[in-house]
Design a protein around this ligand. Structure first.
Ligand code: CTP
Length: 398
């Protein structure tokens, strides 16, 4: 599914080196189904040409207030009226100052003042410009006026300096824009999740693990954040990037995951255990690398000791969070899932068939609760995650 289908976005560019990254952003926005009307300040056209932006957006680009291509000659009204949002990226120091004071001396600033839709700005500037008290004052004013500020990030700057003020990356802008349009049923809630596999050492170079990719847990963390929650993700090793805006705690073993979760579980409203936690760890793990012997004689014998059950321990906490468990089964899903839900004493357990989900992009989820069984339609992991978060939000105690 395209995340920006039927959305019309006015994308404003102001003067800054980061303009070169906006070409990529326009591509990603149109891929997600957005109609993108690009408006540039004169300064922005010094950094990237309207020709490039027109080619990528597939639509006329506007720079001048006096552009006669709009029938009534009022581009500042026309462009903003049909828009679902105006996104200004990069937003220069000067442009933020203009916005804070309601100035309207070019097409983009006039459009912003005349708007009847949400406005999001993505600052991009040198660290001293961002730290300047006037810029900070203006940024605070924009927030007070209900304007969303995305970023800025810290790091290397085009000028060679290092610090706060650089524009967040195009994929992060896109994630924030998509999140902006998602419903917010978890606003004000704190959510803790586990995801991925755990790895249990045999010796310093060998481990026992499983084939969990972490995709479902990461998609749920993203969906929970999109739904307005403050999200912490305790994750075993995966090849996935941290979801935008989510606090990520990487761990290796089940016992580390247990410790990280128990340290935070009392402070959250909702705990979702998605991790494929190893049930056992090797009691006699070797301190040094094991060596093979001639002819394979004397193969190591591993002794196992059970790992703590993280979900069951959180569910046992007095005054603890509302708990959701996952069960990947290879057969008898309904029977095993309901039994597991009761055994772990949790209100909701989400089941799926292991061979359908391991490393796959699509998933088919079935909810098991006190009322019985409720199958969700098969979908991509992110769509399924959003749907599941919506289902959880309706069940979460007020
Ligand atoms: N879980 C957990 N800690 C464990 C084991 C499981 O938090 N040590 C959580 C998983 O994240 C999942 C749920 O419990 O949400 C079900 O895990 P699963 O391993 O399938 O259940 P088990 O109780 O181990 O049952 P079985 O191995 O018999 O399927």
């Amino acid at each position: 599914m395209q995340d920006l289908a039927q959305k019309r976005i006015v994308l404003g560019l102001t003067g800054g080196v980061a303009c070169y990254k906006i070409a990529e952003l326009v591509r990603r926005m149109t891929e997600q189904g957005a109609t993108v009307d690009v408006v540039m300040t004169e300064a922005a056209t010094q950094f990237i040409t309207p020709v490039t932006m027109q080619a990528l957006s597939g639509r006329p680009v506007f720079v001048s207030t006096w552009d006669a291509r709009i029938a009534n000659n009022m581009p500042h009204i026309d462009l903003s009226r049909g828009a679902d949002a105006i996104l200004v990226a990069p937003a220069s120091t000067d442009f933020m100052a203009k916005l804070a004071h309601g100035m309207a001396d070019d097409l983009l600033s006039t459009l912003c003042v005349a708007r009847a839709c949400p406005l999001l700005v993505v600052p991009a500037m040198n660290r001293e410009m961002w730290a300047n008290p006037a810029t900070q004052r203006n940024a605070a004013q924009l927030v007070e006026d209900g304007i969303a500020i995305l970023g800025p990030a810290a790091g290397d700057q085009a000028c060679g300096e290092i610090g706060d003020g650089r524009m967040i990356e195009p994929h992060e802008i896109l994630a924030d824009l998509i999140a902006f349009f998602q419903p917010k049923p978890l606003a004000g809630k704190r959510v803790l999740l586990t995801a991925g596999p755990t790895v249990e050492p045999i010796d310093p170079v060998r481990v026992i693990s499983n084939r969990s990719s972490g995709k479902t847990g990461y998609a749920l963390a993203r969906a929970a954040r999109e739904a307005g929650a403050q999200v912490t993700l305790v994750s075993g090793p995966t090849s996935l990037p941290a979801p935008r805006g989510v606090d990520l705690y990487p761990v290796q073993t089940a016992r580390q995951m247990h410790q990280a979760v128990m340290a935070q579980a009392r402070q959250v409203d909702l705990f979702i255990a998605v991790a494929a936690v190893a049930d056992w760890h090797v009691r006699n793990a070797a301190a040094q690398k094991m060596k093979k012997t001639e002819g394979g004689a004397g193969a190591p014998v591993l002794e196992f000791e059970p790992n703590p059950d993280i979900l069951a321990d959180v569910a046992r906490l007095e005054g603890g969070p509302w708990c959701v468990g996952f069960a990947a089964e290879t057969e008898n899903l309904s029977e095993y899932a309901q039994a597991k839900r009761k055994r772990k004493n949790i209100p909701l357990l989400v089941g799926n068939l292991a061979h359908e989900v391991m490393d796959a992009d699509d998933t088919r989820l079935v909810l098991f609760d006190e009322q019985g069984e409720h199958a969700l339609p098969a979908a991509g992991k992110l769509d399924a995650a959003r749907r599941l978060i919506a289902e959880i939000a309706t069940r979460l105690p007020r």
